[in-house]
Design a protein around this ligand. Structure first.
Ligand SMILES: Nc1ncnc2c1ncn2[C@@H]1O[C@H](COP(=O)(O)OP(=O)(O)OP(=O)(O)O)[C@@H](O)[C@H]1O
Ligand SMILES: [Mg+2]
Length: 278
């Protein structure tokens, strides 16, 4: 199963949730075997794919647990598990992966009192995100994550795919709900779409998120240009990325619905190209 970006209109909606107390006894026991007894369970209402998400108060500290039916989640949880050793300092530590019956469970260090990033113009979080991406885009990916291009496999020619190839660890799903801020620092969570690609891949996707929050293409490009990975990006590759995204999005949701997203991609690529021309 290949990762697909959730449609924008469902990104903020949750699937029907199972609370901690409603999880099967053996699933809860798998977690508490590591943490000791749970003294409080705070439901986390965000997340698109997980059926259960909560922050547990335990003797072993606060733990973020997410769980989902293995049939749907195992491949994504595999990806998180593979990425985890490579995300130290930028993502919360993975404490545990467990499978019990139909359930697949991940437990991480909880980010305390976290809030999601605000990426609208003027928000100080934009600079914090740039700092986080500056750190994350210098990491080499593990060998066994798929290439970034695999999500658009049928929409990229071999030569286009070659331009979008790379060895950098790519988060692959940068959006405000996957950027947590706490105590003056930021964390990237949800590495279920982790892949390998060019160092600028996450910066490009983040710049599109800024534009979705009403930054102009010029401002989003200026923001991205604080990050060396974007300054070093090959503008021809950025143009190919925009073209491939537009083709894929149009095939998925139709030209009318894809128009605004595609315009953002093209405008950002045009900024990157014109910056080099000058
Ligand atoms: N370590 C953590 N500490 C505190 N809160 C967290 C942590 N990890 C995730 N969260 C919160 O839980 C939410 C859901 O987690 P996550 O994004 O990993 O789930 P998902 O269902 O796989 O997501 P998606 O909606 O992107 O598919 C996040 O948006 C964030 O608000
Ligand atoms: Mg998420």
């Amino acid at each position: 199963m290949e990762w697909q970006a959730p449609l924008p209109e469902v990104r903020r909606h949750s699937v029907t949730r199972t609370l901690w107390a409603e999880l099967p006894v053996d699933v809860r026991a798998a977690v508490t075997a590591h943490t000791g007894p749970v003294t409080a369970a705070l439901d986390v209402p965000h997340g698109y794919n997980c059926t259960h998400a909560s922050i547990l108060t335990t003797a072993a500290g606060d733990v973020f647990v997410k769980a989902a039916p293995a049939a749907e989640a195992a491949a994504f949880h595999d990806r998180e598990e593979v990425a985890a050793p490579f995300t130290a300092g930028i993502g919360p530590r993975l404490r545990q992966r467990a499978r019990r019956g139909a359930w697949d469970v991940l437990a991480f260090d909880a980010v305390p009192a976290a809030r999601h990033a605000h990426l609208a113009p003027g928000s100080a979080d934009c600079a914090v995100l740039a700092g986080l991406l500056q750190a994350s885009t210098t990491r080499t990916a593990p060998g066994n994550v798929p290439p970034w291009t695999s999500r658009w496999a049928e929409h990229a020619t071999p030569s286009e795919a070659a331009l979008l190839d790379g060895r950098t660890l790519v988060h692959g799903d940068i959006n405000p709900h996957n950027v947590l801020l706490s105590a003056g620092r930021a964390w990237l969570v949800d590495w279920a779409a982790a892949c390998r690609g060019p160092a600028w891949a996450d910066v490009a996707e983040a710049a599109i998120r800024l534009m979705e929050e009403e930054h102009t293409a010029r401002d989003a490009h200026a923001w991205a240009s604080r990050i060396p990975a974007w300054r070093d990006a090959d503008p021809a590759a950025v143009t190919v990325w925009a073209d491939v995204c537009c083709r894929a999005w149009e095939a998925r949701i139709g030209p009318a619905d894809a128009a605004s997203s595609n315009a953002r991609h093209q405008a950002l690529a045009a900024e990157a190209a014109s910056a080099v021309a000058h």
